[in-house]
Design a protein around this ligand. Sequence first.
Ligand code: 3PG
Length: 330
Amino acid sequence: MKRVVVLESIHPDGVTALQRHYDVTVCLGASRARILDAVTAASAIVVRSVTRVDRELLDRARRLQVIGRAGIGTDNIDMAYAAERGIEVITVPGGNAVSVAEFTVMQILALCRNAYAIAEAVKANDFRRELYQGVELSAQTVGIVGVGQIGQLVAQRLRPFGCRLIGFDINPALRDRFAELSVQWMDCLDDLLQRSDVITVHVPKTAQTTGMIGARELALMKRGVRLINTSRGGIIVEAELLKAVQRGHVAGAAIDVLVDEPPFHALSEQVNYTNPLLGHPNILITPHCAASTEEAQRVVALNLVEAMVKILAPGTRGRRRASVAVGAKR
Ligand code: 3PG
């Protein structure tokens, strides 16, 4: 029986489905040494965004045929080396997109209405509502950076709020789609940055997008802008964001993704994590949980397992592609 090692938490129905076909080891929150040990006999591994599937790990996993990525982002995987080794990488791009879009809209509204600050103040018996006057989303111009699958779902969900939507994407083929979504096409990122009251980022992490919003770009934004990042840590340069919030140029930021993320499995007393962003009251940090819903995790896990079973079936070796994106069936 082939061995599959699950290195990050996926929906339990996915684990059960895997167990019907394979000898499954679930290895959550393990040390790097334990992970490297666990993968040596694995035909397949299952990861999310945390596990570094780098050359070191791939060299230890001599029998590896498939990397199942229960989600969309592959920046934690050495895709080039996996391809060189003939290891197929399976992703499920659509599976968690709705959850990420919903979470994004929630954070946009939370920033516009100071929701987290109000909740904290009230818990401390402070009911001075005049301190927390917000702004109407209907009066805002929302800039969507990256109008792919998730950016489009965000646009659809924002439309009924009546806000003005503008977008920027490097893919010119999306221009017609922008029109369908009533998102105004911006010819360059700078235009979007200068016109938006709220900016939400939905781009993959690549050499081009890393640091794409730094000191210069933050300075171009309107004073009082609100920023949301549910894509990847490092797209917005963290140190520059902190400075911009400290000087009041950025009114608030909701950041679900960090360059260095804390361990997600550890208990609070075991976590010795520091990040200067955590200290600022106008920066809302969440633990990369935009995709963490029952529905998304179940769809992602079941679609991933279905694709893994097909690819790992006897006789499919030699017909492999480097990476496969599975259309999520809900
Ligand atoms: C993704 O890339 O699919 C999302 O960022 C979610 O990542 P996660 O699977 O680690 O929650």
